[in-house]
Design a protein around this ligand. Sequence first.
Ligand code: NAD
Ligand code: UDP
Length: 340
Amino acid sequence: MAQRIFVTGGAGFIGSHTVLALLRARYDVHVFDNFHNSSPRALRRVTELTGAPIGTTEGDVRSMRDLSAAVDAFRPDAAIHFAGLKAVGESEAEPLEYYTTNVQGTVNLLRAMDKQGSRRMVFSSSATVYGTPSYLPFDEAHPINPSNTYGRTKAMAETVIRDWCHANGDAGAMLLRYFNPVGADESGRIGEDPTGRPDNLMPFIAQVAVGRRQKLSVFGDDYDTRDGTGERDYIHVSDLARAHVAAVERVLERPGCDSCNVGTGQGVTVMEMIRAFERASNRRVPYKVVDRRAGDLGSYYASTERARDVLGWSPEMDLHEMCASTWNWQQQNPNGYRDG
Ligand code: NAD
Ligand code: UDP
């Protein structure tokens, strides 16, 4: 019998790629999503790619009743908890929405899993929990000191999960701290589809290259980096999806709570990303240097040793593949899932 994985937020960017990887690894998957920031079309396309059915519940993690009913019906062996809100700026303006969805939503999921007697889970955390670097690369022992509301909701949810594990000897959790997920499945059928103006660099560049936006604003060129522009550790979403499959295997095998960074360990600056995208797409990406974005850090990247040692996982896809797959998705779907 295939093991059953309950995936909150499974229709989203990272969730849909992970559902694809789980189905290919022969897990039975049930997605729980309110489609606040995603489309059921993503799941239909994953089914087209795999031929495997995906059970789906349209529900809200803020509702204990929705969650409990879906968990009770599916009886999962483990959960992956992607559902959440992720925009840093919005989290400063709407903190209560962020605490309710990201922290209370996590408590609700743990309660629903407890009730069902299934205490294994993988959690979508973020490199944002580290805050300003005391040293680089960030390793998992780096102090947790997030500098914005979104990061604090993730750090709090991590604490909730860790305490839940300590209280229940049979509970197992893996906290995955993602760096900057980008790229798309090689088919070009699923990808990142931000609503409105993208906050993040890669979808913005892709929309400029495809002609949906005129030019990119480069937020500052006076950081202490190779070319003065901000440096981040970008990770291909298909590599990230594989990390979730490895994490699910790990939590199914043993109890206890652990955390792993998921990045490549390589920093890439904004200018380097623009150039790499131009090469991959054969298009120009017009840009203009503007002031720094409030709250931005100059540079950070991951130590990847722990993910290799604990999960047996390493990234396989390089910067060119990140740009080429984003371009393939953007060209095939200039308006994301809105085209059908
Ligand atoms: P996404 O917005 O594409 O996916 C989140 C999914 O959760 C969406 O399908 C959305 O509809 C769903 N959702 C939101 N609120 C919900 C609610 N109340 N009830 C049920 N479903 C709800 O985002 P993503 O980029 O795929 O991110 C997935 C997770 O990874 C999030 O928790 C995010 O904070 C975390 N993360 C993302 C990044 C990134 O840069 N993309 C980096 C670090 C961590
Ligand atoms: N960035 C930029 N222009 C944009 C969006 C982002 O110059 O329109 C820069 C940003 O300052 C940072 C990097 O690109 O140095 C990555 O930003 P993103 O918002 O994608 O990720 P995060 O800041 O959350 O790591």
